[in-house]
Design a binder for this molecule. Structure first.
Ligand SMILES: Nc1ncnc2c1ncn2[C@@H]1O[C@H](COP(=O)(O)OP(=O)(O)O)[C@@H](O)[C@H]1O
Ligand SMILES: [Mg+2]
Length: 343
């Protein structure tokens, strides 16, 4: 059997725990020594394997054509090449805050990167355990601000990423915004006007999946942002809204820590706003509407939140509807809206 896909329309053959080490040897990424491979849990859109071989500690990621969710959700495997390009760009802008790229295979659609130390944990797990540290919020605000500021106007982005509008459409606008708009026609006009503005705002490198799950934290304030598969030239407010949507959901899910999540949100937006040039200063009305859309999508879109109870999901739905249809003009009002929405 050939290693390559037979035609551009055929998905590349998928790797697994038994085939990964031979594959990495064939690419010269690891040597002949024994390799241990295990699957990493997490995402729905990629095969993600941890590989240890000699001194090499790697993650091998291969994009799936059909995502592992209940609804049918398809996305081109070539998005992994955009992920690799964005990761390299981010590594140059914020050294130490992303893993290094080790290998990229445009035929099998794989990306091999440096793996975090085994005692690092994803920030989602940390937050849900009630350990809510506002310093992480501030660090993320500064890192994100650097990416947005230093790529303003598409500076440094590869031509293929500048030309690509498909990835963001297939991974976000379709499954999130358009799905909610179709399921909740009464909100469609408001949602689609946010989408129109996003589509018209292609101004900087946007991570596209800036969530606590995609932040790995270690000791001594070390952190990495991972998972650039939705990176695109787009609307910076999307990344801010995306992280805030996760903090709002967690504050509803763990109400006793709600004030801590609010502090993290404040530190995040404050650090971001302090670092970006005036052109990128957050427009609160737009950010609010963006956040509203994303909260609605985590209740009614194709990638619903995995941890919200039905009661919490209803609360998130009410907050989202309010933030979309009657946007707030100050971050502190989000917490007030949440308190009013809890019944
Ligand atoms: N460089 C890395 N170091 C350590 N763990 C990683 C690394 N990259 C990914 N992982 C682990 O694998 C999981 C899935 O990887 P991710 O890149 O987020 O893929 P997906 O797009 O499928 O979410 C992450 O949530 C994390 O637990
Ligand atoms: Mg991920």
């Amino acid at each position: 059997m050939g290693e390559r896909p037979i035609s551009a329309d055929m998905p590349a053959r998928l790797l697994d725990e038994s085939s990964a080490s031979g594959y990495l040897r064939s690419r010269g990424v690891i040597g002949a020594e024994f390799a241990q491979v295990r699957a990493l849990s997490g995402g729905v859109s990629n095969i993600v394997l941890a590989v240890d071989s000699g001194a090499a500690r790697l993650v091998l990621k291969q994009s799936l054509e059909r995502l592992r969710v209940r609804d049918v959700w398809l996305a081109p495997q070539a998005r992994i090449l955009g992920e690799a390009a964005a990761l390299r760009l981010a590594a140059g802008l914020t050294p130490g805050f992303v893993p290094a790229v080790v290998d990229v295979d445009p035929e099998r659609f794989t990306l091999t990167i440096q793996r975090a130390p085994d005692d690092w944990v994803d920030w989602k797990t940390v937050l849900l355990a009630g350990k809510v540290d506002r310093c992480v919020g501030a660090q993320l605000g500064s890192v994100l601000a650097r990416w947005h500021s230093d790529t303003l106007g598409g500076t440094g982005l590869p031509d293929a990423m500048i030309a690509d509008t498909d990835t963001f459409q297939k991974l976000r606008i379709g499954p999130y915004h358009e799905t909610v708009a179709a399921r909740r026609p009464e909100l469609a006009t408001a949602i689609m006007s946010v989408v129109d503005r996003m589509r018209a705002t292609r101004v900087a490198l946007v991570h596209g999946d800036f969530s606590p799950k995609n932040v790995l934290v270690g000791s001594a304030a070390a952190l990495w942002v991972i998972d650039f598969e939705v990176a695109h030239l787009g609307d910076p407010a999307f990344d801010l809204a995306f992280l805030l949507s996760h903090l709002v959901m967690k504050s509803v899910h763990v109400p006793e820590s709600a004030h801590l999540f609010d502090e993290v949100a404040d530190s995040f937006v404050e650090a971001y706003s302090r670092t970006v040039p005036p052109a990128l200063a957050p427009d609160m009305g737009h950010l609010s509407a963006q956040l509203g859309c994303l909260l609605l999508a985590r209740v009614d879109g194709k990638s619903p939140s995995g941890y919200l109870s039905s009661g919490s999901a209803e609360t998130v739905w009410r907050i989202g509807t309010g933030l979309l249809t009657e946007p707030v003009d100050d971050l502190s009002e989000i917490a007030e809206r949440r308190e009013l929405s809890i019944r």
